[in-house]
Write a protein that binds this ligand. Structure first.
Ligand code: ZN
Length: 134
């Protein structure tokens, strides 16, 4: 699963739109029924409007009706020199949309790391923190 997902993420990276940072990101999500969803970073001149590759992929997956319990794994790849993890916004999003132990495969083509959101975001803020407040 790991090598296939990383390969799919590198394919997704080819569609990155990154004219400002020139930092290309691709991501892929594999569902338990074998479907692959790809995503790439899509930048915008209004920088906060930029969407990261892993959010593009997971949103595509959810848009088709899949949910966290349907997801087998997520790969995130970049063309950077340093192996990178998801940004803070993506960690928050993934903490809600992935099971805490779903494997997340990181690669830059030179290095690889397998992690999960539980490791990436200890003491994550989530719906449990809103119980009784809304
Ligand atoms: Zn991000």
């Amino acid at each position: 699963m790991k090598e296939k997902l990383i390969g799919e993420a590198f394919i997704a990276m080819e569609n990155a739109y990154a004219p400002y940072s020139n930092y290309h990101v691709g991501a892929s999500v594999l569902t338990k029924d074998g479907k692959i969803f790809r995503g790439a970073n899509i930048e915008n001149a209004s920088f906060p409007a930029t969407n990261c590759g892993e959010r593009s992929a997971i949103f595509a997956c959810y848009s088709e009706g899949y949910r966290k319990e349907d997801i087998e794994g997520l790969a995130i790849v970049t063309d950077g020199d340093i192996l990178a993890g998801p940004c803070g916004i993506c960690r928050q999003v993934l903490s809600e949309l992935l099971e805490t132990d779903t494997p997340i495969y990181l690669s830059n083509g030179k290095e690889e790391k397998t992690t999960n959101i539980d490791e990436l975001m200890p003491m994550m803020f989530g719906s449990k923190d809103l119980d009784g407040k809304i």
